[in-house]
Design a protein around this ligand. Sequence first.
Ligand code: SF4
Ligand SMILES: [Zn+2]
Length: 316
Amino acid sequence: MDRWVRSLRRSKVSPSSDRPIAVSHEVERRLGGTTRDASTVFLAGAECPFSCVFCDLWTQTLSGPTPPGALSRQLTHALCEIQQRALIKLYNAGNFFDPTAVPPTEDAPLLRLLEGFEQVTVECHPRFIGERCFAFADRLRGELEVAIGLETVHPEALPRLNKQMTLADFDTTASALAARGVGLRAFALLGCPFVPHDEQLDWTIRTVEHAVASGARTASIIPVRGGNGALESLAAAGDWARVTLDLVEETFDRVLRLNLEDAVVQMDLWDLERVSDCAHCFDARRRRLGAMNLSGRSEPHVACAWCGASVGLDRP
Ligand code: SF4
Ligand SMILES: [Zn+2]
């Protein structure tokens, strides 16, 4: 399967190992209804050793192992652009505790650079979460949160994603993180391969509910974007279809109506234009979803004379 997924990939962007790929800023809703400034640093590092069929993160990774010192140089540059030292997410398009992606010699300098932040979020596959992660959490001044892609709880789709993670792996890791006082953020796919199109909304909601029941205090719904090669091949075989912006909005409306009290649920808006079919209403609908991320409540639908958006969406 790995070979099949990789054989369909196009070429990489090949970023520099001395500069972060990007730094972005947003305001995040927190449990209890408050908001905090959050910065995300997209680090350039080694490619993830897994080959999930839906993943396109490899496009912006280095060709070999991350050179020692590269990530602390990148973070030093990123910090020049970060005014509010509240929440920071370090996303390296792989696994933060994978020694090929983040050399263990980087832990000490990164910990020093992260002093002053209330919370640091890193992403990692359960296979790489162990003593190094817990030692990092113990030495960090702020709180550590680990983001894990749960992807789906659909029992047939999850093993076919080639993630090499079972639901039991996720649950065991979630318990271990909780036992060590490390926070958990989870990603749930909308538009998950191998899940029938008319069941996408239900399985995404079940996935969010499972993540929250397992201790995730933030759950982020990721609309799957095409373009990694494998997804197009799966689409041709009838195993994947791109989601629509209507479905994204309907799913988020339904999730927020659950009034989950133990977690903040967000819709990931990165590259959202790739699920839009109407340029006339896209910006307004994206703003609506952004407002919902901040308020945690559904907002009035956008009406569009061009594509008929909002028609039939206000279902109870
Ligand atoms: S584990 Fe994460 S980064 Fe690695 S291939 Fe899967 S989705 Fe992509
Ligand atoms: Zn429209």
